[in-house]
Design a protein around this ligand. Structure first.
Ligand code: KMH
Ligand code: ZN
Length: 295
């Protein structure tokens, strides 16, 4: 079988930071940024360490997941006042949001948005036992909405069968090249692929041609999978959304600490982190109103 996914230039890697998430709380790690000022500061610190993309979740004033476009706009503006990191909003939302509410962030015109590629069941947190709904029709509706705005989907693939859903979207002409895909191992959902590192090469055998991938490991798998991802010519996602610890028994002190570690490892592998503008070019992002600031 030919393996034709797109490899990054050998000396480059795009680092995404997932700063906040939907399942984790300040009680679990007091360094988690939840409010717009905190998220913007974290984005800036991560940008300074080498992150090119920030994956954003919004919370209301009480810390509950929110799909309110006004909060996303506030976060975007606060980040844009500090740096030109690529804005990627989450349409995954959280257990308390309807599918409709999860599209709210798209009104805020991020440059990218996550696109979850299948339905699973939550196993932890307040939403344990409830389905994380992403039916085929819903995936299609999300992507059509993104296309209306010129927002690039970052497909979130939690198991090998979800690659088939990506192929369907491509067949229907709903995705533009290059495609972007997070390959996830170890998510705490029933139906998600466990964190066995051998699944990374399996994913890579089957992802569509013309796809750049980002390796996304949960918990302790974050660092190991990130390193493997870079070795296989891919990109990496780190951050407190996916991993609250710096190492066993030691909470991470910030998102920037996790980014800095991945950048150190990347440099040992002969790779420099892409700037946001380099990443925009490689990923073919459209120039949307919210990147209209000179830096
Ligand atoms: N928590 C990640 C494994 C989303 O926000 O849409 C997946 C994620 C999905 O970030
Ligand atoms: Zn997320």
């Amino acid at each position: 079988m030919a393996i034709n996914y797109l490899k990054m230039p050998e000396n480059k890697v795009i680092i995404t930071v997932a700063s906040t998430g939907a399942l984790v709380t300040k009680k679990m790690n007091p360094s988690l940024p939840e409010q717009p000022d905190e998220i913007a500061q974290s984005a800036y610190d991560c940008f300074n360490e080498g992150a090119a993309v920030i994956h954003i979740h919004a919370r209301d004033k009480e810390g509950k997941n929110s799909g309110d476009p006004a909060i996303f706009i506030e976060i975007h503006e606060k980040i844009r006042n500090k740096c030109n990191i690529i804005l990627q909003d989450s349409t995954g939302g959280g257990h308390n949001l309807t599918v409709e509410q999860r599209t709210g962030c798209l009104e805020a015109l991020p440059e990218m948005a996550s696109l979850n590629m299948g339905t699973m069941v939550r196993t932890i947190g307040e939403g344990a036992g409830t389905p994380f709904m992403n039916t085929r029709n819903e995936i299609e509706a999300f992507v059509k909405r993104m296309n209306q705005f010129g927002i690039k989907p970052e497909m979130e693939v939690y198991n090998v069968s979800m690659i088939y859903e990506a192929n369907l979207l491509i067949e229907r002409g709903l995705l533009q090249k290059p495609y972007c895909m997070s390959l996830i191992l170890g998510m705490a959902y029933q139906g998600a692929q466990e964190a066995n590192m051998m699944f990374l090469p399996t994913y890579l055998q089957y992802i569509p041609d013309d796809t750049y991938f980002s390796a996304l490991g949960i918990g302790r798998a974050q660092t190991i999978l990130g390193v493997m991802g870079m070795i296989f010519g891919g990109n990496v996602r780190v951050g407190l959304e996916d991993n609250l610890y710096f190492q066993k028994g030691e909470l991470a002190t910030s998102n920037a600490q996790l980014v800095a570690r991945m950048v150190r490892i990347a440099r040992e592998l002969g790779k420099e982190p892409c700037t946001p503008d380099e990443a925009r070019k490689i990923l073919g992002l459209k120039h949307l109103a919210r990147c209209d600031k000179e830096f």
